[in-house]
Write a protein that binds this ligand. Structure first.
Ligand SMILES: C=C(O[C@@H]1C=C(C(=O)O)C=C[C@H]1O)C(=O)O
Length: 420
């Protein structure tokens, strides 16, 4: 049973989210915040994880009884998801439906209450809680320190030289801990205000601000923002102009970008009737970086949902490489860690199949109470909560290890600054 009602404007819907396990999605002024109890949960691992979740969601959509007064994307039934990057990941791919969603889009505010048809009564309406005290994290090298990253990039260049791959994305990790009672909503708020041109997310303990969508589906239209080709921001306007002129004309970056756009267009084509993208990428300005960016748009021709499109698109060349299978094999060989949900799909889907999915980049994964990982208990016995972050970049012929290391440093900046 799902009921959406127009609501009075709320200044900060995040206050309704859980402090230790927030559920939120934010893009400029639009947001969805999950609160209350969990009504439904799908946890899947393995190569067909996204297909299984997409199929289950179709059944749930068909069975739901929805009374929706507002009827915009994100009203009615909504689930949030965060999926593992790799088919072989030990990390779960999860779709979760909370009992309450506070939403805001284009100046309209609503509240959705969801309950299981078998439940006698809805759960109690969740209440807002003030932000907890300020906290910070200590972060240091993870499994791949800067020296190991240099070796990994050289190994990737050797794989390119050998003709195994054209492009492969290599990431490194940093790790640390936060106080066990840290109010993680502070991080969501800081990222959303510091990086307004990104999609800010908090789902299953992975929190970040991604500049790149995997896919957006809205009323039969599908769009995607593809990024590849990166430079740190300049110190002033003149330096910035020189940087973007160089980036837009650099054959290595333009090629790398083209691989990424082509992988998205090829994946969307079987599902769309009209598919268009600009001939030339534009330069996307973020507080820390410049990216080459291309928006792709099409009309869905086969009734696919946002999750069907996530399944068709993941992993794109922006986070894996080209050709896809060879790049995935190279990543498994070269990177010494399981990426978990880093570079995986993160987003939401509603009861009409509309939804917005980003690629989980510029993010950190926080530990889960009581769960074990290859690093031991996720809540350390000393009362701290572990956190791990990853950042990477596309390696193509001609990539320079030192420049790639600098690029990962700048990509870590949003999360490292917000955690400092
Ligand atoms: C892999 C990351 O970013 C991706 C790689 C990019 C590149 O190689 O230029 C640019 C944007 C993202 O598609 C990351 O942020 O960790």
């Amino acid at each position: 049973m799902v009921e959406t009602r127009e609501a009075d404007p709320v200044e900060d819907p995040l206050l309704w989210a859980s402090r230790s396990w927030p559920l939120a999605w934010q893009r400029k002024g639009d947001m969805l915040v999950g609160a209350g109890t969990e009504i439904l949960r799908l946890d899947v691992t393995g190569p067909d994880r996204i297909a299984r979740i997409a199929a289950s969601w179709r059944e749930i959509m068909a069975a739901a009884e929805v009374d929706d007064e507002v009827r915009v994307p994100g009203t009615g039934l909504v689930a949030f998801g965060a999926f593992a990057f790799d088919d072989g990941s030990a990390q779960r791919s999860t779709l979760t439906v909370p009992s309450t969603i506070l939403g805001r889009r284009g100046g309209r505010h609503w509240i959705t209450r969801i309950r299981n048809a078998r439940a006698a009564a809805p759960d109690e309406a969740p209440q807002p809680s003030d932000y907890g005290s300020h906290w910070s994290a200590t972060l240091g090298p993870g499994r791949m320190d800067p020296a190991a990253h240099g070796d990994a990039v050289r190994e990737a260049l050797a794989a390119i030289e050998a003709g195994e791959v054209k492009k492969v994305v290599i990431a490194r990790d940093i790790a640390g801990s936060v106080p066990v009672d840290a109010d993680l909503r502070r991080l969501v708020r800081a990222l959303a205000s510091g990086y307004p041109d990104t999609w800010t997310f908090a789902v299953e303990g992975i929190i970040g601000a991604s500049p790149e969508t995997l896919v957006t589906v809205r009323g039969g239209e599908v769009t995607a923002r593809v990024l590849a080709g990166t430079r740190p921001r300049g110190a002033d306007a003149d330096e910035d102009s020189a940087i973007i002129a160089e980036l837009a004309a650099n054959p290595k970056d333009v090629d790398e970008h083209e691989y990424a756009v082509r992988s998205v267009v090829d994946a969307l084509r079987p599902h769309t009737s009209a598919l268009a993208s600009a001939e030339q990428p534009f330069t996307l300005k973020l507080p820390n970086l410049w990216h080459l960016a291309t928006d792709v748009e099409g009309t869905l021709s086969n009734g696919s949902t946002a999750l069907d499109m996530v399944r068709a698109l993941h992993p794109t060349a922006a986070v894996a490489g080209t050709p896809r299978e060879a790049a995935m094999a190279a990543i498994r060989r070269i990177e010494p860690f399981d990426r978990g949900r880093y570079a995986g799909p993160v987003g939401w889907i509603d009861g009409n199949g509309d939804g917005e999915w980003a690629i989980a980049l510029r993010c950190a994964q926080f530990g889960v109470p009581g769960e074990t990982t290859d690093r031991g208990w996720m809540i350390d016995p000393d009362g701290t909560r572990p956190v791990t972050a990853h950042a990477g970049g596309g390696i193509v012929a001609g990539s320079v290890p030192e420049a790639e290391l600098l690029e990962t440093r700048v990509k870590f900046r949003p999360i490292v600054d917000a955690l400092a």
